[in-house]
Design a protein around this ligand. Structure first.
Ligand SMILES: [Zn+2]
Length: 168
């Protein structure tokens, strides 16, 4: 896998992660409306990520009720799922932060910001891993589907809904 990942992929992934971390996708049910059950920022993170996936050549689907979305590539009967979530736990008012949680800071060795480890960083890393394989013209003999939840940090309503309605 490493051999497929170029410096460009790394740079693009780093930029994409910063964009995603900048969205404060914390559950806010006081702002919930039809189509955004977990509040506007969770929906924004979902729509932003689906648009990114589309720009990378994946087929996307957004749950009309706004609970989850997915992005898929490849052909075949079987489905290989990559579970991700785009919501984060709150950061505002928390002590211990030396930088702004939703303003990512890139140092030589690390990226500081809410969600860089859980789960936005792993999500973007996996996405650009697949992008690197696509760029290397690797053929997928099964479908690879990124499944994006938006309520993992709270009640898992996103993935419960996915399980009710979508392919496992
Ligand atoms: Zn998590």
């Amino acid at each position: 896998m490493m051999a497929f990942i170029t410096k460009t992929h790394q740079e693009e992934a780093l930029a994409a992660l910063q964009d995603l971390v900048a969205i404060p996708s914390v559950l806010d049910e006081s702002q919930a409306k039809p189509g955004q059950p977990f509040g506007p920022e969770c929906l924004r993170a979902l729509e932003h990520t689906l648009a990114l996936c589309e720009s990378l050549g994946l087929r996307t689907f957004k749950d009309p009720e706004g609970y989850y979305g997915y992005a898929e590539v490849g052909q075949g009967e079987e489905l290989f799922g990559i579970l991700c979530h785009l919501d984060v736990v709150p950061a505002v008012g928390q002590t211990g932060w030396k930088t702004e949680p939703f303003t990512p800071v890139v140092t030589d060795e690390t990226i500081i910001g809410r969600g860089t480890q859980d789960d936005k960083g792993p999500t973007i890393a996996a996405l650009y891993g697949v992008k690197a394989l696509l760029d290397a013209k690797v053929t997928f003999n099964q479908r690879v589907r990124f499944i994006f939840g938006t309520d993992e940090e709270n009640l898992w309503r996103c993935i419960n809904r996915y399980n009710e309605k979508e392919e496992m």
